[in-house]
Each structure stands twice: as C-alpha cells, then as structure tokens.
Design a protein around this ligand. Structure first.
Ligand SMILES: NC(=O)c1ccc[n+]([C@@H]2O[C@H](COP(=O)([O-])OP(=O)(O)OC[C@H]3O[C@@H](n4cnc5c(N)ncnc54)[C@H](OP(=O)(O)O)[C@@H]3O)[C@@H](O)[C@H]2O)c1
Length: 235
C-alpha cells in the first residue's frame, strides 16, 4: 500500500508504542491518522485526529467505527500487563483482565472495523503481539496466555479476512522501552524503531514483523529440540 493512501486508526495511541505509531504514520505521509485512546484529550501528536475508544467497551468501539468509516489500516495496539502468575490466588482474575483487553479487545476492534476495511479496498489489520506469544516468562505468565491467545486469534483472522483482501500483520516484540517495562532495567528496543518497522510492513505488504533479535531468535527456536518454551523456569 502507498502510505499516502492510508487512513490509519491506532488504539492506545496516547503513549508508548501507540504514540510512536501515530507519529510514524504521520511522518510517512499517511492521508489521515486517527489516534484512538480511552481519554482522547491525552492525545498530543500534532495533526492526528483524537478519537475516544476503550477496547473493553463494545459501544465505544462501534461509535469509533462509525466516526472513522474511511479507515483502511487498523492497528490493535492497546494492551495491559498485570504481572499475574497462573497458580497465585489472584492469577485467574489478572488473566481475565488481560484477556479482556489483549484478546477480546483486539477481537472486538477487528470485528467492528472489518466491514470498513472491506468497504475501503481491504487494507490492513495490524495486531501488536509479543515474543511472549511463544514463550512463558516467569512472573508474568497470565500476560503470556493473553498474547498466545491473541496470536491464535490473529491467525484465525488471516483466514477470515483473506476473502475481503485484508492483509493481517502480526507484530512480535521482546522488550520495548515504554511505561509497560519501566521497572525492567535491561536493553530494550525503542518504540520508534518498532513503529518504523510496522509502517514498512504495511507499505510492503508483509504479514509478520519480528521487531528485535529476541523475537527472531525465539521464533527460530520453536522447531528446535531446545525450544525456548520447553525450558523450565531458570532452566
Ligand atoms: N513494552 C513492551 O516491552 C512490549 C513488548 C511486547 C509487546 N508489547 C505490546 O505493545 C503494545 C503497546 O504497549 P506499550 O509497551 O506501548 O504499553 P504502555 O506504554 O503501557 O501503553 C499501553 C497503551 O494501551 C492503552 N490501553 C490500555 N487499556 C486500554 C483500553 N481498555 N482501551 C484502550 N486503550 C487501552 C493505554 O491507554 P491509557 O493511557 O488510557 O492506559 C496506553 O495507551 C501492547 O499491546 C503490549 O502488550 C509491549
């Protein structure tokens, strides 16, 4: 797709990767960029069009879809991490919160915007996933469940949207330097770097972004006897 023809909507666009995506699509010359956020007043990228959208609310999503009927690129970026552990007493509650946003939120957005994408030539749906779609990280295993489920949903949408010509792009990232990982003091990829790779994937019609070395290494290991997901904690 010629990015100048893109009319883009990014969820969770007031900070982190979402904000970087709005900037990157603007800088690449996109025709229009809708910056969707729970609190649209918190959107601060010049030239972007703020839109109210809470991915946990079907009413909010459908109102946004009516407001942005000319959209041809939808980016499911909004996400949360609750650092839940599967067997902890609050593990299920934390998992349900994460699934509500990271899986069902993105699912609802895809469902509500699919007719707009179809009507506008097919376009592209981008789902921001994680390297944790493939491996479980001790201390945040409920988030990993949500991202694994979101990866499977992404693959299902590839089938269901193929007929209308919608490109579905899955984005896998290791650690990225945003509020979500503020407490983790290790090297992280910049959200601007990931955003640039996503814009390029939309422009070039690629269906997957492996944004960093961690994502590339873990994906490559999946077919190995030493597959990373088989390793016990600390092993
Ligand atoms: N950071 C990483 O290392 C990393 C790695 C792999 C994947 N990811 C994924 O990358 C995406 C962006 O994360 P980030 O790192 O930029 O995190 P972030 O800085 O914490 O930003 C999260 C964004 O999601 C929004 N959001 C949360 N719940 C929402 C809801 N119900 N409706 C609409 N928006 C909602 C937040 O809005 P508010 O300001 O209103 O809370 C915020 O704009 C997420 O899908 C995340 O899972 C992150």
């Amino acid at each position: 797709m010629d990015i100048r023809d893109a009319v883009v909507l990014v969820t969770g666009s007031n900070r982190g990767l979402g904000r970087a995506l709005v900037e990157a699509f603007r800088e690449a010359g996109a025709g229009k960029v809708y910056a969707a956020a729970r609190h649209p007043a918190s959107v601060d990228v010049p030239g972007a069009i703020p839109v109210a959208l809470d991915v946990t609310s079907a009413d909010s999503i459908h109102a946004a879809a009516r407001e942005c009927a000319d959209v041809n690129v939808v980016v499911n970026n909004a996400g949360i991490s609750r650092s839940g552990v599967l067997l902890a007493t609050d593990g299920e509650a934390r998992a349900r919160e994460e699934l509500e946003t990271n899986l069902f939120g993105a699912w609802r957005v895809a469902s509500a915007f699919a007719p707009m994408l179809a009507g506008n030539g097919g376009g592209a749906l981008v789902n921001v996933l994680s390297v944790l779609s493939w491996i479980s990280l001790p201390g945040t295993s409920t988030y990993c469940v949500s991202k694994a489920a979101a990866w499977s949903m992404t693959n299902g949408l590839r089938h269901e949207l193929a007929g209308q010509g919608t490109l579905v792009i899955g984005v896998h990232i290791g650690l990225m330097d945003t509020d979500m990982t503020a407490g983790v003091d290790v090297p992280k990829i910049a959200p601007q770097d990931v955003a640039a790779q996503i814009v390029q994937a939309v422009a070039q019609g690629h269906n997957e972004v492996l944004a960093d070395e961690t994502s590339r290494r873990v994906k490559a290991s999946l077919s190995s006897q030493q597959a990373a997901y088989l390793a016990p904690a600390g092993g």
